[in-house]
Design a protein around this ligand. Structure first.
Ligand code: PBG
Length: 324
């Protein structure tokens, strides 16, 4: 008897193969990102993300029904305002585009979790994730914190269930936690983009949200792809400041970081399969170079196998459909 026959024996019957599977993807793991554009009657396709759209708040009902009927538990909202300025003022307006969308979604589907992305890059005229210093050359960390706290609070007041800061300023989780607690939102969790890399895989998102920086890059506040110990340090700081759910982003090029974070931390771990990861699979499949559905399922499985408890993916609806 050869010991290697044991694994072979367990592979022969499909039912047994399923029984000994170590990892699975469930619809309950999925978070679906949505781009909300200020205006009326808008449903605009996003070129670099085939199958994804920008919706105005009044056009959300059909996509929300689809999400609910597929039993996807959560959506993540990104806002695209009509007006941008140096300070990202539109981001914390009471009737801002995200705030309007939260109201609409909560009215239509009270049990669907609404997560809101807190960042300024979609709202600033220069496209950076924070307020610039006097020379306009670099992001001013501490001034940005106050604005972020205002944004987070305005989302919570609109009815957001979870606040997700993605700006990567130092100290933002603590400031946001404090602002939420002071206003009676002690039970609103923070999902922090803790280990967010300065990645080239965000390209299609920046087209979708019109949020590419007008000069420079985000390397001053997002992480160097070469670093993994730094990721653990960033996550630790976020946890100390009160993050309830931690995140690694992007997902597939950083599976090692997901694994390590899962081993090191007890907090629920989210991974973000970003726009570029989506675009790659869509483009190669459209060319007939990859089998789309099989690649989608393998990619989400790999992220779960690496240790993520939940994942944000533009494939959420398709994954849910394939699972059912
Ligand atoms: C905002 C933000 C970005 C993404 C999520 N939140 C863009 C960026 O940092 O440039 C990217 C998500 C994706 O590519 O799908 N800061």
């Amino acid at each position: 008897m050869f010991p290697e026959q044991r694994t072979r024996r367990l592979r022969i019957k499909p039912a047994l193969r399923r029984m000994v599977r170590e990892t699975g993807v469930s619809v309950h793991d999925l978070i679906y990102p949505l781009f909300i554009k200020e205006g009326e009657s808008i449903k605009e396709p996003i070129d670099a993300m085939p199958g994804q759209f920008r919706y105005s708040p009044d056009r959300l009902s059909s996509v929300i029904s689809e999400v609910v009927s597929r039993e996807i538990p959560a959506v993540l909202l990104f806002g695209i305002p009509r007006k941008k300025d140096k300070f990202g003022t539109e981001a914390h307006k009471k009737d801002g585009v995200v705030q309007q969308a939260v109201h609409r979604i909560k009215d239509a589907a009270p049990d669907l979790l609404v997560i809101t992305d807190v960042c300024l890059c979609e709202y600033t005229s220069h496209g950076h994730c924070g307020i610039l210093d006097r020379d306009g050359g670099a992001v001013e960390n501490d001034e940005t914190l106050d604005v972020l706290a205002k944004v987070a609070l305005s989302h919570a007041k609109a009815g957001a269930d979870i606040i997700a800061p993605s700006d990567m300023m130092d100290g933002r989780v603590g400031i946001i936690r404090e602002a939420l607690d002071e206003s009676g939102f002690e039970y609103t969790p923070i999902m922090s983009y803790s280990a967010k890399y300065a990645s080239s895989f965000y390209g299609p998102f920046r087209e979708a949200a019109g949020s590419a920086p007008s000069f420079g890059d985000r390397k001053g506040y997002q992480m160097d792809p070469a670093n993994v110990r730094e990721a653990m340090r960033e996550i630790r700081l976020d946890v100390e400041e009160g993050a309830d759910i931690i995140m690694v982003k992007p997902a597939m090029p950083y599976l090692d970081v997901i694994r390590l974070a899962a081993d090191e931390f007890d907090e629920p771990l989210c991974a973000y399969q970003v726009s570029g990861e989506y675009a790659m699979i869509k483009a190669a499949s459209a060319k007939g170079w990859l089998p789309e559905d099989a690649c989608i399922m393998e990619s989400v499985l790999s992220i779960k196998r690496a240790g993520a408890d939940m994942l944000i993916t533009y494939f959420a609806c398709r994954v849910a459909e394939l699972l059912s």
